[in-house]
Every structure is written in C-alpha cells, then in structure tokens.
Ligand binder design. Structure first.
Ligand SMILES: [Zn+2]
Length: 509
C-alpha cells in the first residue's frame, strides 16, 4: 500500500485569472470552484484577498460555499495583507493563507529595493502573523529557481520555524530544466534542517514549455504538492496544465508510485467549463483534453485500435470523461432522454435548471433537426451566462442588404426590469447592433477582438461569437450563441459589458 499522496493545488481562479483576458465574475468563479470540488482537487486558491474588493469577495464566497477542498488566499508578506486574507477565509472549513515574497536578488534589488535581511524579516513576520489565525500556512519565495541557493535554504528554514506547513518552490519565470529542478529539490532536502516538518510544493510556469515536465520531475525528487491551472491557463505562457500533470501521475503510477485523490473522469468537463468561461479555446492537439487527443487518423493506427485499444492508446477517453458515444437528439426526444444525455456529459443540473434546459432544447429543436452534444453544451453555457446578467437582451432586429444602410433596434431590460430601447445605424449589421447597445448602456469600451465560429457543421448550425473588449486597461471576454448570428453577436457584446459592469460597477444613468 502506498501512503505517499501528492496534493493537487489548483490556482485557475488566481494565477489563471491573471492571464490577459481571463477576468471572471464572481458567479463564474463559483461555478468553476464547484466543478473543481467535483474533480476532487485538494486545494483551491480562490484569489488574492488584499488585491481588490472583488478578489476579497471571491475568496470569502468560495470559502463559505465550497466545503470539501482546502480554500487558500494568496497574500503579500505584509501584516495588513495577511489580516485581509484571514478575514476573507473566516468561514472556510479548511482555510490556508499563502504568503509570498520575492527572494531572488534580481527581484529583491530591482523590484523590492530591499536587502536580503529585510526580506527575511518580512517573510518571518508575515508567516508568524498568518499562524496566529490558522494552522495551514504556505510560504512561497517568488523566483526561487533564480535565488542564490544558500539564501533560499535559510529563508525556507526560517519560514518553517515561523510556522509554514507547506513551502512552495516557484519557477516564476519558467526558467529551470527538469534535471536541474530535481537536483534543486534534493539540495533543499539536504540543506534545510527542518524540511521534514513541511510539505514541499512546486509552482511551474511554461515559458519554455517545460512546466509539466518540471512538475513531474519534482514529484520524483520529493515534492508532494503540485500547483497548476486547468488548460494550463495563467500569466504569459501559463502554468503547469493540471490535467496533464494528473494524467501523467495516474498513467505512470508504476514509475511515480504515489496516490492522488482526483476523480479523473471530471477532467474533460472541467476543461470545457474553463474554456467556455474564459473564451480561450483548447487547441485540437492538446494532450488529454484536446478534440483530437483520442482520435486515430492513420490507417495503421485505426486498424490496431480496432483489434486492441492498448496498441495505440495509453489511457482511455472514458478515464478523463470524454463521452464514450455521440448520441444525436431530435424534436421528438423527451425530458428523460435529455436528462440522461446531460448526465453522461457530466452536467449536474437541479430540477429548475433542467426545466430551463428542456425549454431551450425544444426551441432549438424547432430550428435544427439534429441536436448534438456540442449543441447541448452551447445551450447550457448560454443559459448559465444569461441567468446571472444584470442587463438582459429582450429583442434585436436588424435590417441590412447591399442597398440599405444597416440599421438595428435593440431592447434590453435593466436589473429592475425596466425596458430600454434604442436604434442605430452602422457600417455593417454588427456595428449597428453594437452602437445601439452603446447608446443604451453608455459604458466606454474598445472592441479588441471579434470572432465567430459554428458549433457543428451545416447551415442550420448554432453560431458562437467570442468578443473581447477593453476598459481601463482590463480585457473582458463575452460569449454568445444562437442559430442567428446577429443575436449571437448581440448576446456576446452584452455578456462582455455585463462582466465589465459587474467588476467595475455600472455607470450612473
Ligand atoms: Zn504563478
């Protein structure tokens, strides 16, 4: 029996959200946190409580609602920041404060403009303060892989003495090579006298495409916590992709000889949800969760797989939750059929949500003969987005053509249920719709990206629009889908504006 467990620490909601264009609303964060709980991750880093009121609210709400995993808040190494993190975690069943501070000379001298001694004192004081609130304290010396090793050892020793129960070794700039990282972990274990009192964690960035390799090497050399994000989301080139780390450890358990508490059959669903909410699609050849990850194209491979799957498959699609069959529903499919298909796709809907899904399904079945899994995903996502919006789209009508000036009429309802209508002309139909929405809402923003795709093949397919808008230096993503691309475009724009308003506040009207 193996008693060595590797703790999976998800930071999609903190480091992942820091990625340009990945800003999420409170409802979206909670939705992802619920799915991470189903995936059975051990720790959810819910945010950075002291960084903004929105982050504070996200941490405190997730701490209250999500009961099984440990909930962590990141914190600067300052006493007020630690106090803020502790306050946000007040209602958590298993709270953790995660204190971080730069430790490399490059960061200490150029960014913090302090001495090594001052940094050491700040780290010890912050960890000790955190310990007055909770037992479970993590300490991260930022840029650890470029820190002078002797200084790193003394800093880790001091943090453990002050009460850190997990010490994290971040490869903040994605610089280290797997073999070198393994050696660093061995050196830490040999040179930090009290290291046995803490769990060693790693946090790898993907600037050289090595974050997963570095994380797996770290496990071989003694790390027992891996930090990462779903779909490898995160700053710059992202963090270690958790689904790859997890399936690496599971598929090669003969090599790693460790335990995980993860329900791998939730990986696919989790990946789809994160991709859907952030608007960052997963590349088709992405390991584990890409569309082609289990597709065999060459004749020789297909022949082998038909005779025996293990010839070219090292893991099964079912093990990561890719639906085993594609079933097409139609106009005559009933509520029970829809429910069982949604369950097979990994959705866990309550009666109310199921009723709404059935209504949307019937409406779509009137317009489209065959309804596939991808259509169902689009329906559920669209409903999830619209349900939490402040301003809702009631009606959009466009007239355009080669001898007409594109003109749009848009009707919205505000949070109090009051109807707001306006009309506008534009250079094209989408422009006309967006000008009309802007006339109603009056929220300054710049459109940065507009893309349209179809969910399935066929001219009756659902159109899926993703847009990104910028306001005050932040990027907000909006999604919308409909069989009518003008409606999808209006929904996507309104979705982005709703996110902007729920994060930055609504303008006075
Ligand atoms: Zn990071």
């Amino acid at each position: 029996m193996r008693d060595d467990k590797v703790i999976i620490f998800d930071t999609t909601l903190r480091d992942g959200e820091q990625a340009a264009g990945a800003a999420m609303t409170l409802e979206e964060k909670l939705e992802i946190a619920k799915q991470l709980e189903r995936l059975k991750v051990d720790v959810i880093e819910a945010g950075f409580a002291a960084s903004s009121p929105g982050d504070f609210l996200a941490v405190s709400t997730i701490a209250k609602e999500i009961r099984t995993p440990t909930i962590a808040s990141l914190s600067h190494a300052s006493l007020p920041a630690v106090d803020k993190a502790a306050e946000a975690l007040k209602e958590a069943r298993n709270p953790r404060i995660h204190v971080f501070l730069s430790s490399s000379d490059i960061h200490i001298m150029h960014q913090l403009r302090k001495s090594r001694e001052e940094v050491m004192d700040m780290a010890v004081a912050a960890v000790a303060r955190a310990k007055t609130y909770y037992d479970d304290i993590e300490f991260s010396p930022m840029d650890a892989t470029r820190t002078e090793p002797e200084y790193l050892y003394t800093l880790l020793e001091a943090a453990i003495d002050a009460g850190a129960t997990t010490v994290n070794i971040p490869d903040t700039v994605g610089y280290i090579i797997p073999e070198e990282f393994g050696q660093l972990l061995v050196n830490i274990q040999e040179n930090v006298p009290n290291i046995a009192k803490a769990i060693i964690s790693v946090h790898c960035h993907n600037d050289l495409g090595l974050s997963v390799s570095n994380s797996l090497a770290a496990v071989k050399y003694g790390a027992r916590q891996i930090e990462g994000c779903i779909n490898g989301l995160g700053e710059r080139a992202g963090n270690a992709s958790l689904e790859e780390v997890i399936m690496g450890l599971v598929t090669r358990e003969d090599f790693f000889n460790i335990n995980l508490g993860i329900d791998t059959s939730q990986l696919y669903r989790t990946s789809r949800l994160v991709s859907d909410i952030t608007g960052f699609s997963v590349q088709p050849n992405k390991a584990i969760v890409g569309q082609n990850a289990f597709r065999h194209a060459s004749g020789i491979h297909q022949d082998g797989v038909l005779k025996d799957r293990s010839t070219y498959e090292i893991m099964s699609p079912e093990s990561v939750g890719v639906p085993s069959s594609t079933l097409v529903l139609g106009k005559l499919s009933g509520r029970a059929g829809l429910r069982s298909r949604l369950e097979e796709l990994g959705y866990d809907l309550n009666q109310d949500d199921l009723n709404k899904a059935f209504e949307d399904f019937k409406n779509l079945a009137d317009k489209k003969r065959e309804i596939t899994d991808r259509d169902l995903e689009a329906l559920i996502s669209d409903r999830r987005r619209v349900d939490v919006e402040l301003y809702k789209l009631e009606h959009v009508q466009v007239s355009c053509g080669d001898h007409e000036i594109p003109t749009a009429t848009v009707r919205l309802t505000n949070p109090e249920g009051v109807t707001l209508t306006d009309a506008a002309t534009g250079t094209g139909p989408v422009d006309a719709v967006y000008v009309a929405i802007n006339r109603i809402l009056g929220v300054p923003n710049t459109l940065k990206e507009f893309s349209i795709g179809s969910i399935t093949e066929g001219t009756d397919s659902i159109g899926d629009v993703t847009i990104r808008i910028e306001s005050n230096g932040r990027i907000y993503t909006g999604r919308g889908s409909s069989t009518d691309i003008m409606v999808a475009s209006a929904k996507a724009y309104l979705n982005a504006l709703n996110k902007l308003m729920s994060i930055e506040g609504t303008p006075i009207q």
